[in-house]
Design a protein around this ligand. Structure first.
Ligand SMILES: Nc1ncnc2c1ncn2[C@@H]1O[C@H](COP(=O)(O)OP(=O)(O)OP(=O)(O)O)[C@@H](O)[C@H]1O
Length: 271
């Protein structure tokens, strides 16, 4: 069964012409995304026409000043908010017609998300927080337990299975959140300021873990205003006033290669 079939969604990929190499679609493609928030005051145009492609295995950081619209963009890509206009494709499947329940199934099976404030279920143990998404995705209890045990061991949390989230440090809670996000081996990990409420030791730890999972092929989209975190990625998208203003692939030798998808020139970003 293909991944598209596994997600319960029809694939848009047409037949492969004979003689042509089948090419894998990007994990995410977005075109013309627009989102305005209607809160208490005047409407806020948070995302103002964004085109974006994230390839399989990429580690992309979206960076920019506070209020630039980074989190809104991540929420749109994870289906947590609906764009006013524009389209999103996930692994070649257009999600325009997806409602909340369809998005929930897609997230459960193929998209892991970590947030700044962990969002663990406070009255469940560490073990249950990590096993729950595996069970909801249809894993057997035995397999969910085994996957949970392996991840917690890997994330340095062996022995904490019976702890409640409130008994853990911020860094430990974020590692549990990472385990929960990764337990179903998602095609895409979305991380929204995952070190935003951690001290420098916790920040280093999260950075190290993201880099380790990326080295094994995990596709990651990280939202951060922290330049040090962004530099762990292999591509940095600068976001300003709801738009992509720069998109650079980081080279280890000579700094950055521009992809040419943003406006010319690099903006000095203030935070
Ligand atoms: N639910 C909402 N209702 C009203 N306005 C919102 C909402 N969410 C975000 N905004 C506004 O939209 C703009 C973009 O917010 P967003 O959180 O996406 O930016 P950001 O770049 O992630 O900022 P930060 O780094 O401070 O989190 C801001 O002006 C914010 O106040």
């Amino acid at each position: 069964m293909s991944r598209a079939e596994a997600s319960g969604a029809p694939s848009d990929a047409g037949p492969v012409p004979s003689g042509a190499e089948p090419t894998e679609p990007p994990i995410v493609r977005a075109e013309g995304l627009v989102k305005t928030h209607h809160g208490e005051g005047a409407p806020v145009k948070a995302v103002r026409g964004v085109d974006l492609t994230v390839g399989r295995g990429e580690f992309v950081a979206v960076t920019g000043p506070s209020g630039a619209g980074k989190s809104t963009l991540l929420h749109l890509l994870g289906g947590l908010q609906k764009p006013d206009s524009g389209s999103i494709w996930f692994d070649g499947t257009c999600l325009d017609s997806y409602g909340e329940s369809h998005w929930a199934v897609l997230r459960r099976r193929r998209i892991g998300i970590v947030f700044q404030f962990f969002n663990l279920v406070s009255n469940l143990t560490v073990a249950d927080n990590v096993e729950l998404p595996a069970l909801l995705a249809g894993r057997s209890p035995k397999r969910a337990r085994a996957d949970r045990a392996e991840l917690l061991e890997e994330l340095g949390l062996a022995g904490k299975e019976r702890s409640m989230p409130g008994e853990l440090s911020g860094g430990e809670q974020q590692r549990v959140a990472l385990a929960r996000a990764l337990v179903n081996h998602p095609d895409l990990l979305l991380a929204d300021e995952p070190a935003g409420s951690l001290d420098s030791k916790g920040t280093r730890e999260v950075l190290r873990l993201l880099s380790r999972f990326h080295a094994r092929g995990q596709t990651i989209l990280l939202v951060t205003h922290d330049a040090r975190m962004a530099s762990a990625a292999d591509r940095v998208i600068s976001f300003f006033d709801g738009r992509v203003v720069d998109d650079a692939v980081l080279d280890t030798d000579d700094g950055a290669r521009r992809r040419g998808t943003g406006v010319a020139g690099v903006l000095e970003l203030k935070d």
